[in-house]
Design a protein around this ligand. Sequence first.
Ligand code: NAD
Length: 499
Amino acid sequence: MKKDTDAFNFINGRWCGRSGRGERFETRNPATGERLESFPQSTPRDVDDAVRAARKAFDFWRKVPTTRRGEILLKSMRLLEAKKEAFARDMTREMGKILAETRGDVQEAIDTAFYYAGEGRRLFGQTTTSELPDKFAMSIRAPVGVCALITPWNFPMAIPSWKIYPALLCGNTVVLKPATATPGAAVNFVEILEAAGVPPGVVNLVHGSGATLGKRLLRHPDVNLVSFTGSSAVGAGVGEACGRTFKKCSLELGGKNAQIVMDDADLDLALEGALWGAFGTTGQRCTATSRLILHEKIFGVFLERFVEGARSLKIGDGLDPAVQMGPLVSGRQLRNVQSYVRIGLRQDGAKLLTGGKVLKQGPCRRGFFHEPTVFLGQPHMRIAREEIFGPVAVVLKARSFDEALSILNGTDYGLSGSLYTRDVNRALRAVRDMQTGITYINAPTIGAEVHLPFGGVKHTGNGHREAGAAALDIFTEWKAVYVDYSGRLQRAQIDVPKS
Ligand code: NAD
């Protein structure tokens, strides 16, 4: 990341500070408390400048051949590959994920660039027939315009890349507003796009409060589309605001995902999957395995091994290659996890099987560390229904496959579900009956690949899907085109030739 200047906003192809004499905010390493960097708290005026630049650039960018746009994406992929290790280290320092995972985060951006660069020679529409003679009909994809992209901190390069790459490839221009916990990852990413040759104004970056800048972006008359990833609570307000101003809006929101382990499952495999799904990224994934639903026949034996596995995870600074689980991203997130531990114990009456405490010793003394925590619960409890977004798993017992599925489906969310079984009939029933956007068989609830659609049902979103070909439907409008070469007026549904 640039070190020589405090100019971290990127507007109209120029790195600049905030407008006027505004406030700044700092980032700190959540594992050590070390101060990292200071960023401008951008103002609504900066948002206006960024949107103006994006609007101006749109008229030019939308006419650049898609193949050329794809080539710029490909160049950015190569630049990202060269910086992968450095960016992964920056990211671990900024938000705490272990190095293996931050490498994966950058790799996801690389894979996404590769995928959409290829789309530069596809972006297919359809040609079809007409009901009238001497008439040609087709559908094409047209860009939407200026896109406001609002992103969370848990995948600080991957999620912006899921939005920026398809948006650019389709001919849109963007204003990115990343989470205040991870502005550095966004700066690293935008620097790559600049170096790859993205023209001025096509990508713009502002930093700061979601409430202030988000509000301005959501109300701005020149913003045509809002793509938001974050909590369901904030997302509901984003959807409402977009509805009022007729903006296209895609929402990727929270989850309360579950893994079912049936009595015929490969238990070693299911155990590995459950530990990774529940405690990977310190449980801070929208797809985290927050509930573990065990068939009664394997309940005792599996639970014992799961609790043992949770207790033996090595916790510490994610830069240490031996560490398996890093800190929470912030003191706020740590307090949120603690409040759910209290809800579990006092309000729900759940049984705490391991964990439950903040870690303050040894390598964890300066950071926001929490013990991997396992509760034995019941499906109606708050800890089994609400998103916790931390290293807390709630274990539930099921007497049958039907009951397990009904528990899995019994939340307001519908992002990811997993089933471990060797029974092909059950596997295919799960594929059909899980109320989730993503279903895994014999794999954990986390681990999406970039060429498949990503998103969920119920309170997890508003029906859109990111990644893969599905994201093209967010970032384009379908346009129907008719060319009548008959030389006469032909009225659809009226002048149709009779046989
Ligand atoms: P958050 O909702 O607090 O913030 C997300 C973004 O919205 C941030 O950039 C924030 O500054 C901004 N924001 C906050 N208030 C706003 C407002 N009033 N108007 C406009 N923007 C506003 O979420 P978070 O804590 O950053 O991330 C965690 C959440 O994100 C979890 O609920 C998680 O499940 C979800 N998430 C979902 C997906 C998915 O694809 N479904 C992926 C990752 C994370």
